[in-house]
Each structure stands twice: as structure tokens, then as C-alpha cells.
Ligand binder design. Structure first.
Ligand SMILES: [Zn+2]
Ligand SMILES: [Zn+2]
Length: 102
């Protein structure tokens, strides 16, 4: 199964490229090796994917962004609750909102 969303929803880089909205696989016209390196965290490959479409790198659940220390915002369009740091392009699983309890 692959993503059939209309428009161009952001991509989530987890073990592979997934749609942020429907969580299904997303295919982009880049070499497989580039995609694999981006998933592994290679910055140049990640830039190549980001040049193609907005994307978020999946990290483990955290209270604040591990890169900039800001709190996450809810991402409202996914099939499961997700939170994002727009500045750093990071996504973590979990509920959003101000009444979050840890
Ligand atoms: Zn989709
Ligand atoms: Zn951040």
C-alpha cells in the first residue's frame, strides 16, 4: 500500500518514507540509496529529500524538541497523534495540547 493522499502532505522519515497524514509509504523520484541514507540520518541526503517535499524526521517520544528545546506542536492531520517541531523538522508520536500529562 502506498499513499494516495491528494496534494503533497509532508513525509515522515522513520524506517522508510511514510506519509505524515495516512502513514502509508511514499515514493519519491530519488535514488533508493539516497532515500536509505536520508533515513539513516545523512544530512546531505536529507536535504535532497527535503528539497523534494517537506519532511519530518521521526524521533522517540519526548517532551521537548531534542534539537532546539522548544515544546512540540500538535500535528492535526495524521491518522495517529503526532507532534512536530516545525523549526527542526522533527516528529514524535503522542498526544498534543496544553493539558498533556507526563
Ligand atoms: Zn498519505
Ligand atoms: Zn526543534
Amino acid at each position: 500500500m502506498s499513499c494516495g493522499c491528494s496534494g503533497a502532505p509532508p513525509i515522515k522519515l522513520s524506517d522508510r518514507l511514510r506519509c505524515m497524514n495516512c502513514d502509508l509509504d511514499v515514493e519519491i523520484p530519488l535514488p533508493e540509496a539516497t532515500v536509505a541514507r536520508a533515513v539513516a540520518g545523512d544530512p546531505a541526503s536529507l536535504r535532497a529529500v527535503r528539497a523534494f517535499r517537506k519532511c519530518y524526521v521521526e524521533r522517540e517520544a519526548a517532551r521537548e524538541c531534542p534539537e532546539c528545546g522548544d515544546s512540540f506542536e500538535s500535528y492535526r492531520y495524521g491518522v495517529s497523534p503526532q507532534r512536530v517541531c516545525e523549526r527542526c523538522g522533527i516528529v514524535v508520536p503522542g498526544e498534543g495540547g496544553p493539558d498533556i500529562s507526563w
